[in-house]
Design a protein around this ligand. Structure first.
Ligand SMILES: [Zn+2]
Length: 590
């Protein structure tokens, strides 16, 4: 076994077997039931209740646990109004239905209304313009078409990038307001039956989400420092990450009358969505009135932090998943959080039986990820000095799916990942994860040849872009040799979608993690890997649009990510499958 002598390999295999045999699917199911039973967004009673429940569990399992709290700016809706003034009056409903088949859909008194967090307050009126996804290149196209968005309210569809980019770019082009809707072409019947027949977003479903700008992640009022009592706080008007113009998300049932009232040029072919109508760009003749006002309150965050001390306590492996959701969050984040708890329980159990991890493990259940990575960022900002000294790895999950394993990264980590993939059985197909991967590599666009590097140019390029965007210089020549940065991402995707770098079996993730705690090679002196850039990874691993559709989540009315395919939660839980797991090691970054 890579990183082990023949003798220590045998011991390691014994512990790994104990670990795998000890995982109880029903525990995960019950964790999920409990955590997703009620809406649990930041500041809600059940958010705190969940944190306290997890704290008690960590303690029960023998971990040294506590809650770390921060006070952050978290706006919630006070007023939301969207209407068409002409050519014919129409008022957007912005209301998701209660469905008899969905036992949590009637918890309306605890649900946040549909909105985009960190939208500026505003009361604006203007002609409507359709801007496709609302990315920069879409405005270039509008220029070519001779269409201006100055003084307009733009309507953009969800997808093709971070939703916060849409109002940002709109404001840069003179728009006074922004509407974002879920077109069925990206998120609905185009892909499959909608809820409740299938799992895809139905006509009244609205994607909630943060539109925070990306100048810095975390609490808008405390950039760079932990949002603890006495921290220096900006005035709200000086917070750079709040949008410049008001934004509201709507369903396609609400969007269609607005879109149908547009005339002007026919939208370019690539701009047309899945609604049964001709898409026009405008401007107008539709005139729209948009009003958004939030309660700009400070809300408490509850990060649950639990530790298992290692035999090398100066090195910390940090393992996180967030616990807050926009609504019930059975998929995002509980499909990630529920197995993380079971994993912690088993490590606690092994610890009682005499196993000690080589490195200290710190379990984190983050609060406030959905609004903008609040809980993880404030924690990192508070503990930055210690983390820089001690953190060697951050491992993040966010949800669960089934399908095929995928991995990508630098060459030096390939034998390790392959080795683990050979050790793990896919419980559904009863072949090793490695075999499953090879059998399906073409389908997920994944290049994987035994004995060769896990060569994923696209991923590496993407990662380099992220790093460069963050103004970190990497010596490119040594990138491929893995001397400056070693990284790997494993992720998951559905059998019915073809996302790159998707799917990891949960057990696989658990085992990877367990191996990382023990294994010598990746952190050995002279290899050049000395620390993990924890802060970056916390952000990268968690930032995605999330999804809905499982136990307790309102599949039709929660958030659904494009390309995500829902499966009944019983399957998800039984299979213990995780998605979106990312980590990286770094050294000598200049
Ligand atoms: Zn999430």
């Amino acid at each position: 076994m890579l990183g082990y002598t023949p003798q220590t390999s045998a011991t390691e295999r014994d512990w790994e077997k104990k670990f795998q045999d000890g995982i109880v699917a029903n525990n995960i199911r019950e964790n999920m039931r409990r955590l997703s039973a009620r809406p649990h967004h930041v500041g809600s009673p059940y958010d705190k209740d969940n944190a306290e429940w997890m704290l008690a569990r960590f303690k029960e399992w023998g971990l040294d646990a506590h809650i770390e709290s921060f006070d952050v700016l978290f706006p919630t809706p006070k007023e939301r109004s969207l209407e068409m003034i002409s050519p014919k009056p129409f008022k957007a409903k912005m209301q998701e239905p209660v469905l008899a088949v969905d036992p949590t859909s009637n918890q309306t008194s605890e649900q946040l209304p549909t909105y985009n967090a960190y939208s500026a307050d505003g009361d604006v009126t203007g002609p409507l313009v359709y801007v496709n996804f609302g990315n920069r290149e879409d405005y270039d196209e509008l220029d070519r078409l001779g269409v201006s968005t100055k003084g307009a309210i733009v309507i953009a569809r969800y997808g093709s990038g971070w939703r916060g980019v849409k109002p940002k770019v709109a404001a840069e082009h003179g728009a006074v307001g922004c509407i974002i809707y879920s077109d069925p072409r990206e998120d609905g019947f185009f892909y499959g039956s909608d809820y409740p027949t299938g799992g895809w977003r139905s006509k009244d479903g609205v994607q909630r989400g943060s539109v925070m700008d990306t100048d810095y992640p975390g609490d808008p009022l405390t950039p760079g420092v932990g949002a603890i009592p006495g921290a220096k706080r900006l005035a709200i008007k000086d917070a750079k990450t709040i949008t410049k113009i008001p934004v509201l998300p709507i369903s396609y049932a609400d969007a269609q009358p607005f879109l149908e009232a547009l005339q002007g040029q026919i939208a370019p072919e690539g701009w047309r969505g899945g609604l049964p109508m001709t898409y026009h760009v405008g401007p107008g003749p539709a005139r729209v009135h948009l009003k958004v006002a939030s309660n700009w309150d400070t809300k408490p965050l509850y990060d649950v932090i639990a530790t298992i001390p290692g035999s090398s306590p100066d090195q910390w492996v940090i393992r996180g998943n967030h616990h807050d959701a926009w609504v019930n969050g059975a998929d995002d984040p509980i499909a990630g959080m529920a197995p993380e708890l079971e994993e912690a329980r088993m490590f606690g159990e092994l610890h009682k039986q005499g196993w000690t991890p080589k490195r200290t493990i710190i379990y984190c259940a983050w609060d406030g990820e959905e609004p903008g990575l609040l809980g993880s960022v404030e924690w990192v900002e508070t503990h930055r000095d210690d983390l820089q000294k001690h953190a060697v790895l951050y491992l993040n999950t966010d949800g669960n799916e089934r399908g095929f394993f995928g991995a990508g990264g630098t060459q030096d980590l390939q034998p390790f990942i392959s080795g683990v993939a050979r050790d793990i059985n896919d419980p559904e197909k009863n072949i090793s994860v490695f075999q499953g991967l090879r059998g399906n590599c073409a389908r997920i666009g994944f290049e994987f040849r035994e004995g060769l590097a896990v060569a994923l140019g696209a991923f590496l390029q993407k990662f380099q872009r992220i790093l460069h965007r963050r103004k970190i210089h990497i010596r490119r020549d040594s990138f491929d040799r893995g001397r400056n940065i070693s990284l790997v991402r494993v992720g998951g995707g559905s059998e019915d979608s073809f996302f790159e770098f998707e799917i990891a079996l949960g057990e696989f993730v658990l085992l990877v993690f367990q191996k990382f705690l023990q294994i010598g090679f990746i952190f050995r002196d002279g290899f050049g890997l000395r620390r993990i850039v924890v802060r970056k990874q916390i952000g990268i691993g968690e930032a995605h649009d999330g999804g809905a559709g499982c136990l307790g989540e309102r599949a039709s009315v929660g958030k659904v990510v494009v390309g995500e395919v829902r499966v009944p939660v019983e399957i998800v839980v039984d299979r213990v499958i995780l998605i979106a797991f990312i980590f990286a090691a770094e050294s000598d970054i200049e």
